[in-house]
Design a protein around this ligand. Structure first.
Ligand code: ATP
Length: 359
């Protein structure tokens, strides 16, 4: 451990990133970032998750100092980074297609950022060699330091890219879809691996992805972006179980969205009323239920009646397509495999939990 610290692999004092009132437009168009406030805690791994075009990469590039902004500021701890150059910010980057230097061996790729430093801040050749060797071990490429990038798999190349980003002892680590070009199994392996590296090195890390499984599994907290705004920031559990907006409820996980009216007696779904004493909103609303949260009600409970339209077997359970009313979208729900159900049956259903958002 001591030699790792000496070789500069562990983050120094981890910094917080504060983003305040950030707005950015390209060529006077609609804002790519529209009033972003975000606090990343020291040593935290925070995922930026959102659909294509929501502003994730732009936000990352602004934090890196690669994009000018229209208004707002970025602070690293108390230091205003807005006026600092890319080099002065000391950020480590890994991009989806961050090509390594193809003519350089793995070890030289990793050492590059240190070797090009001005003489005064450049470590000695022996120190660079030790740091590179420790980094190669850290990213589990021991013995491959003399290979060229062309002799590595895609996953191995991204590990070299991470080692190169870590070599310069960055204050923050910025990762933009680093596993985006890799196949599903490699992505899953690297996800676990990155989390382990992060736990060992403790860099404050921003991770861009449009893959929600990746974000929920990897990150301490997730920020959901939509049209240049942050919809919600929370732990994976908070985001999944307590979506703050209709957008998050429909974007994360699988949820059915049904237009309803909410009155004094409860939620009116296609002419049927589901009692919901805890619901405070009134009027037109969107009702979100996860397919696995529909349960068949026992005789006494109030429930919604639904007609079975189709039944399909899926692995451990059954996918049952139901209609609550003719003019409502059909709903796919999941039921246990041992429950007999056939097309045309009428089921009495009750959601174990649901979310409602006023329209
Ligand atoms: P993706 O997941 O597809 O990479 P993203 O969430 O990272 O998307 P950004 O790349 O940040 O989204 O783009 C946000 C918005 O800014 C989009 O509308 C995009 O078209 C626009 N944009 C991004 N870069 C530029 C640019 N250099 N010039 C003009 N518009 C841009």
């Amino acid at each position: 451990m001591l030699s790792q610290a000496r070789a500069g692999i562990e983050a120094g004092e981890a910094v917080a990133i504060h983003v305040e009132g950030l707005t950015k437009s390209f060529n006077g168009g609609a804002p790519a970032l529209d009033g972003i406030d975000l606090d990343v805690r020291p040593g935290e791994l925070l995922a930026l998750l959102g659909p294509s075009g929501s502003g994730k990469t732009t936000l990352l590039r602004v934090v890196a100092g690669l994009e000018p902004i229209s208004s707002g500021r970025v602070l690293f701890d108390a230091q205003d980074a807005t006026e600092l150059s890319v080099q002065e910010r000391r950020v480590g980057f890994v991009f989806q297609h961050y090509a390594l230097f193809r003519h350089m061996r793995v070890a030289d790729n990793i050492a590059y950022g240190l070797k090009v430093r001005p003489r005064a801040s450049r470590p000695s050749t022996a120190e660079i060699r030790e740091r590179v060797s420790n980094l190669i071990d850290l990213v589990q490429l021991t013995g491959l330091g003399r290979r060229f990038p062309g002799q590595l798999s895609g996953g191995q190349r991204q590990r070299v890219a991470l080692a190169r980003a870590l070599a310069v002892d960055p204050r923050v680590l910025l990762l933009d879809e680093p596993f985006g070009a890799l196949d599903a199994q490699v992505r899953r392996d690297l996800r676990r691996w990155l989390r382990e590296i992060h736990d060992r090195t403790g860099h404050t890390t921003l991770f861009v992805t449009h893959d929600q499984d990746e974000a929920l599994e990897l990150a301490d907290r997730v920020a959901i972006l939509n049209k240049g705004r942050i919809e919600q920031v929370g732990t994976p559990d908070e985001i999944y179980d307590h979506p703050a907006t209709a957008f998050v409820a429909s974007f994360i996980g699988e949820a059915v969205r049904i237009p309803v009216e909410v009155g004094e007696d409860g939620v009116i779904v296609g002419g049927q009323t589901l009692d919901a004493p805890e619901v405070l909103i009134r009027g037109a609303a969107d009702w979100f239920v996860r397919p696995g949260d529909f349960q068949v009600a026992d005789g006494a409970e109030p429930a919604l009646e639904a007609q079975v339209v189709a039944v399909r077997r899926t692995g451990a359970g059954r996918r049952v397509e139901i209609a609550l009313a003719d003019d409502l979208p059909r709903i796919d729900i999941t039921l246990e495999q041992d429950r007999p159900v056939a097309v045309g049956d009428r089921l009495r259903l009750r959601p174990r939990s649901f979310r409602l958002f006023a329209r």
